[in-house]
Structure formats: C-alpha cells, structure tokens
Design a protein around this ligand. Structure first.
Ligand code: ADP
Ligand code: MG
Length: 599
C-alpha cells in the first residue's frame, strides 16, 4: 500500500536515507528498527507528508504524496494517518476526551457521534474512568493509551508511531505493544523503535542501516500490492479557528491574564503621567484665577513715554496704561460711608490675599485692605460678594467686593478698566506709575527679566511664578521618567512572558498539523488568541482607568483624565498587545510542522 521508490534524503551534506526502496503492506505491525540518529523519524516524517524535500517517490494507494501540496498533505494526514509519539503530545489543560475529540474536529461526523465513538474507544482501552481527567494527571501508560485513542478515533488506514514505548517501563511497553498489535489487524501500523524486544510483536522488522531499509522477510514485499484501495480525501469539516483559539485562550488564561495586567498597568501609568500635564494645567489655571494680579506688572516713576512705548510694542504685553494719584474718593456700603482723601497707585502683584481674589479685568470688582474693610463690618470675610458704591467726582461705580488683601493701611484695588475710567477726571496730570498685563501669565518671568536687563524696576510676582513653573516642570519630568520606566518594565515582562508561552507551544502546533490542521487554520487560531488577548488587555485597562478615576474621586486626588485620553489608553493597550503578541508568535506561525514537532 505504501511504496517507497529510490528514496534519498539529505540534510545539507549528510546523507540520511540513501536511495532505498520498500513496499509496506496494507495491514500488520511493522517495526522500523535502527540506531539513534539513523533517520527513522526522518523517514516517518516523509511518510506522514511532513517533509517533501527528498528525491525518489512515496506512493500511497497509487498516489504519489511527494507531489501533493501542503493542504493536500494535511487532508491526507487527517483522513488516513494516526500519529503516536514517544512523549504522547497530549495537550495539557485539556481533558482526555477533549484531546481525543481534537482529532475528529476536522471530520464531518456530528459532535455527538464523535463523542460516542470516543467514549467507546476509551472503554476499549480501559480509560473509561479517566474521560474527564486532565491529561497532566495521568500515568505514562494512561497517557500513551489516550494518545492511541486519539490516533484511532478517525479510523485511519495507517498508524505511525515514533518510539511509542520510549518513555514507558517494560510492563507498560508490552501493554501498549499488545494494543498496537491488536489494532494492526485492520490497518498498517509502523512502529519506530531502537529496542530489539519490541520487535517480538512485529509481523515484519525493517532495519534502517546506513540509509537503507533492509528486511529479512522479502515475501511481505509483494504480498499486498494488489490492494485496490485508492487515496482519496473527504470533505473537511470547517473548524472554527476562533473557537479553537478561545479554548486555548481559556487553557492558558492565567498566563494571558498576567500578560494583560502587566501591559495595562504599564500603559495606565504612562497615561497618568501624561494626564499629570492636565493636573499642572488645572493647577496653573486655578492659580491664575485666584491670583489675577500675577499677570500684572507695575513700574513706578514718571515716564517720558519711552517705557510706555517699550511695553506697548511688546507682543507679550497688553493693557498698558498710566496710573495717577486720585483724590476724594468715597466708598459706601449700606449706611456706612468712608471717604479717602488721597489714593496712590500700588503694585497689585506683590500683595497677598487674606480672602478672595484681586478684581478681574472686565468685571466691576474691588478688593479692600483689612483696615478699610473693617470700617464696613466687623467680620471682614463676610464682605466678599457684597456690593459697594464708589464715587469719584461725577463718577459712580457699583462694585462687588472680590477679596481682602494684606496691606497695613486703608487702600483698595479696582478692576483695571474701572481704574482707567477713574483716571479720566484726575486733577494732576502727573504720571505716577505704569500698569501692564502679560497676555500669557507665564511670560511674566521673561518680561520681568527683559525689563531688569534694561534697568527698569518692575514690581511683579515673577519669582513666585518662576518657582511654580520650575516645580511643575521638574515634577512632570519626574512623572514622565517614572512612567516610561513602568511602561518599559510592563512591556518587557509581558513580551518575555508571551515569548515563553509561545515557545512552549511548538509541539502543540506540530500535533495539530499531524492531526491534519493546515497552516492557515493554525495561523488563524493563533491570531484569534492574540486578538482575544488584546481585547482582554483593553478591558483590563478600561477597568484600571475607571478604578483610578473612582479612587481619585474618593480620595480627592488631583487626577484628571479626559475622555480622549481614556479612549487612547484603551486603544493603545489593544494595539500594543497585538503588536507584541504578533512579534512573539511570528516564529511560531512560520515554523514548519515537522520542525515544530522536533522542538
Ligand atoms: P532517529 O529518529 O533515527 O533517531 P532522526 O531521523 O531524528 O533519527 O535524525 C536523523 C539524522 O538527521 C540525525 O543525525 C539528525 O541530527 C539529523 N536531522 C534531523 N532533522 C534535521 C534537520 N531538520 N536539520 C538537520 N539535520 C537533521
Ligand atoms: Mg527519532
């Protein structure tokens, strides 16, 4: 039934099989005996269609398998070959029954029928009590019997066993060989061994020696060639690669979870560091809100127009105006009136606030010194928000008290536009000082520096703003470095874990290929697993982000995460996982099944 004609196989320079020919019968137990390294496994791989790189010909029922393409070879294994390995090649994490059913996933029979057959077979092999046991809990003999059940479930015409007793003790070996002998009554069983004692079970023994196949019983050579069976393939059942991937994912769940967690924590840390930028911005804007005066500058002294010109022509500066001494101002709140004979402009930026904030431009507001405030009420903090009427000459302004600041004498500040209105009817046209604002409050530092360079003495809070800036910059740099480290560690750990996981799976893929799963299906299965991993990581990341958000809220931490950042964090987790898992499984998917089996 299997005809080998002038078969020659080389690995690079070394000749493994040397122009040998042999006819296998269609039934019986054939032992292939040979020293270690003599090429037994190589020969078996060629018969199984794992390896097509040879010269000569292998025909099975008159069809040359040397000419079949990879998918046809898969179909050939699926429909006609049963495999048994020295190390069983059972999938751990799967039950005995699941391992067996794996081999009939590709056939067209119904699931119930396959299950019924599998249970029947397990009864026959004395494994009925182990049906739902995970295979890692079985003894060596039980494992090999499970593997035999898996090889037989599709009722193949050919069973190939590569040192099936190599890992077993003598009594278990004999038991397994008796089983193989039994099944060889209806099919061809080729058993590879280097153990002479095994050969007592054989109908025929082939010696593989110096690349040649030699047998003593030459009569078996022609006995079965008149068999009229033909090599044909059944229609394959469409297996869902996704379902397979899902099952695998489940089996390796703990490791996949660890990988997901490592990556999502890394990315979360990175996102939080980016969001620390938000915290800084929020703090700065809070700071600006409270200290409207911090964008203000004040230059005392008469000016011939040069300083005014300098300030006006600077792009960073706005609201430049001269300030004057005003006199005879009255303030009224309820039934209390307070007259101020003379009021000089003062630097706004260097005052500290006791309550509230300095008046904002565009708003009709006033801030009072404590001694002045006391004149309108004992509890000065209560004055905030109250309305006060200011009279200056013909002018009357209704102003809201925005804050109390720490001056030691009677004084007040009003919103800059109100202030400029007050200067419209001053008696003396003596310029007392200049007030200006910077558009972007952080520019106060560079503007002050520029003025200092020109020997112009400007009263600003550049020092405070500068200190704030450098604190923020240092903090955010530190945050970024720590987060990049966490991200790198997370990525490193998860990549190593993934690569280790994928490396442990070569045999699994070799096995699937031996069972007739083609490369396309195996590839899709791995990709499905990777997608599931990416989805899980993204979900973990989403959960972590939400927890961080909630905890931040509860503990009143200044964590600010924008919706865009949340979406970016989740998306980038998914993408990063897909990329590293594809890198980790790239080699796995591309490895030839025969090579995978050897790993
Ligand atoms: P056996 O199964 O009889 O112990 P093998 O068929 O596994 O021997 O190997 C036969 C020889 O071919 C060995 O020397 C082995 O090192 C070599 N060999 C097997 N596979 C490869 C390969 N993929 N590349 C190069 N040499 C190989
Ligand atoms: Mg071998």
């Amino acid at each position: 039934m299997i005809q080998i004609k002038n078969l020659t196989k080389r690995y690079q320079q070394s000749l493994i099989i040397d122009d040998t020919s042999f006819n296998f019968p269609s039934k019986g137990l054939i032992c292939l005996l040979g020293a270690s390294g003599s090429g037994k496994s190589t020969l078996l791989n060629m018969i199984a269609g794992f390896d097509s790189h040879y010269s000569g010909d292998i025909t099975v029922w008159g069809t040359s398998i040397s000419k079949l393409n990879a998918d046809e070879l898969c179909a050939y294994r699926r429909d006609h070959i049963g495999f048994i390995f020295q190390n069983y090649h059972l999938l751990s994490g799967y039950t005995v029954l699941e391992n067996i059913l794996l081999a009939c996933e590709l056939n067209t029979s119904s699931e119930e029928e396959n299950k019924k057959n599998a249970i029947e077979l397990l009864n026959k092999l004395g494994l009925s009590s182990k049906t739902d046991e995970k295979t890692e809990n079985l003894s060596g003999g039980q494992k090999q019997r499970t593997a035999i059940a898996r090889a037989l479930i599709s009722n193949p015409r050919i069973v190939l066993a590569d040192e099936p007793t190599g890992a077993l003790d003598r009594s278990n070996s004999n038991e397994i060989m008796e089983l193989l002998k039994e099944i060889s009554k209806e099919r061809l069983v080729i058993v590879i061994t280097h153990d002479q004692k095994i050969c007592t079970f054989a109908d025929d023994v082939i010696h593989l020696d110096n690349g040649k196949m030699i047998t003593k019983e030459n009569d078996t050579q022609t006995d079965f060639t008149g068999n009229h069976h033909q090599l044909s393939f059944n229609k394959a059942n469409k297996v869902s690669a996704f379902k397979r991937g899902l099952k695998n994912f489940n089996v390796h769940l703990t490791r996949y979870m660890a990988v997901s967690l490592a990556i999502s924590i890394g990315i979360l840390a990175f996102m939080l560091s980016l969001s620390s930028g938000n915290i800084m911005e929020k703090s700065i804007s809070d700071f600006k809100d409270k200290n409207t005066a911090f964008s203000n500058g004040y230059i005392k002294g008469k000016d011939d127009g040069t300083v005014f010109e300098l300030l006006s022509s600077d792009e960073r500066i706005e609201n430049v105006y001269y300030q004057y001494k005003i006199s005879n101002v009255t303030l009224r709140l309820g039934d209390k009136t307070e007259a101020i004979a003379e009021k000089y402009p003062m630097p706004k930026a260097t005052e500290n606030m006791s309550y509230g904030v300095m008046p904002k431009a565009g708003k009709k507001e006033i801030a009072l010194s404590p001694s002045l405030a006391k004149k309108f009420g004992n509890d000065i903090s209560n004055l905030l928000g109250k309305e006060l009427t200011l009279n200056h000459g013909e002018q009357e302004h209704i102003l809201t008290i925005s804050g109390i600041y720490n001056a030691g004498y009677d004084d007040f500040f009003v919103s800059s536009d109100i202030e400029q209105e007050l200067y419209e009817n001053v008696d003396s046209k003596d310029r007392y000082s200049i007030s200006y604002d910077v558009t972007d409050f952080e520019d106060i530092v560079s503007v002050s520096q520029m003025l200092a360079d020109k020997k112009i003495d400007s009263k600003t809070s550049a020092n405070e703003v500068g200190a704030l800036q450098s604190t923020f910059n240092n903090l955010s740099r530190l945050f970024l470095i720590v987060s990049i480290l966490i991200l790198a560690i997370g990525l490193f750990i998860s990549t190593v874990m993934l690569i280790k996981l994928q490396n442990s799976r070569y045999k699994e893929l070799g096995l699937l290929s031996a069972l007739g799963f083609n490369k396309g299906t195996i590839g899709k299965m791995i990709v499905s697993e990777n997608l599931l991993l990416a989805a899980m990581s993204a979900i973990f990341n989403a959960i972590l982000v939400s927890c961080t958000y909630v905890i931040g809220r509860i503990l009143h931490l200044a964590i600010i995460i924008t919706p865009v950042q949340i979406i970016l964090s989740i998306l980038s987790t998914g993408i990063v996982v897909i990329v590293i898992s594809l890198i980790a499984s790239y080699k796995l998917i591309r490895t030839e099944p025969a090579v995978a089996l050897r790993k």
